[in-house]
Write a protein of this length. Structure first.
Length: 295
């Protein structure tokens, strides 16, 4: 099964941690897409590692085309190399060497249990909070947070990093939205997967360590508020793409409600972070540009 599974890793000014993900996938077809990073010792190490391993392709983009474009380029390269399935990784994703072996095994098990499987995802261990992150799932039409208690469980949304899917899915529903550039790409992809009748399945048999931004938990009385400390550029794209999601899926009222609720929270948490005014102004610019965007 190894020859059918490929890996796409997107990098942008990566640190040394990315080399761990690279080494974990050295026995699989792997495409590393660098999004116009500045020259540093990590890029040199990546080039050297790729040159020494025939399973690797290193695509160096001249400019930052965004996460979605880089992921699509990686998937296209895998298809050229006759891979059938893909695992997506971010540069800050940490996995052990057995992850990829187990990924294909668990995908096949999930496929037997869920005939309409579109995407399989692992559980995510949050380093900051030292706990497994919850997912959002839809029950009786309503979204709610849920933990993965079964070996395989239907969910609604997941991070792109760690996603496992058949490359045929891209042909059927399209790849990642490149116009989103960075944020909400995985949210939109998951919504499109389910809108097209496919299931997103989480399994506790697979686990990755994943960090969103420089995550922080702030206590307000008895309430714990988790926030990512994303910079103003990220806040801009979160806001802009949230508004675009409203336009793309206006008939899914619960989805629109969820997206808008998350946007309000994004504004609120800015007051708990440094450079709050700069971030809030970026959010309002994003809302403005999202309203102007034609879908």
């Amino acid at each position: 099964m190894k020859s059918k599974l490929g890996v796409v890793i997107v990098t942008y000014n990566p640190d040394d941690n990315v080399l761990n993900s690279i080494k974990a996938s050295e026995n699989f077809i792997t495409v590393v897409v660098d999004n116009g990073s500045r020259e540093n010792h990590v890029k040199k190490s990546l080039r050297r590692f790729v040159n020494e391993n025939s399973n690797f392709i290193f695509v160096e983009l001249d400019t930052n085309l965004g996460l979605g474009a880089a992921q699509n380029i990686g998937c296209s390269k895998l298809k050229e190399m006759n891979a059938k399935y893909v695992v997506l990784f971010d540069q800050d994703t940490i996995v052990d060497e057995s992850f990829l072996e187990m990924a294909m095994e668990n995908y096949n098990i999930a496929k037997q249990r869920f005939s309409n499987i579109g995407v399989l995802v692992p559980i995510y261990y949050d380093k900051q909070r030292k706990k497994v992150a919850e997912f959002t799932a839809r029950y009786s039409g309503k979204y709610r947070k849920t933990s993965i208690r079964n070996d395989f469980q239907k969910i609604s949304f997941a991070n792109a990093s760690g996603m496992i899917f058949d490359l045929e899915l891209v042909r059927e529903i399209g790849g990642m939205r490149e116009d989103f550039f960075i944020d909400q790409i995985d949210v939109e992809f998951c919504e499109r997967v389910t809108q097209n009748g496919f299931d997103i399945i989480a399994t506790k048999q697979l686990k990755i360590i994943h960090t969103v931004g420089e995550g922080t938990v702030t206590k307000i009385g008895s309430l714990e508020v988790q926030h990512s400390n994303h910079n103003d550029v990220r806040r801009y794209y979160i806001a802009k793409n949230s508004i675009i999601l409203n336009k793309l899926y206006p008939n899914d009222k619960e989805f629109v409600k969820l997206i808008n609720k998350r946007l309000v929270k994004t504004i609120f948490v800015c007051f708990l972070e440094k450079n709050s005014i700069q971030k809030i102004l970026a959010i309002f610019r994003g809302v403005r540009d999202g309203l102007r965007y034609e879908v």
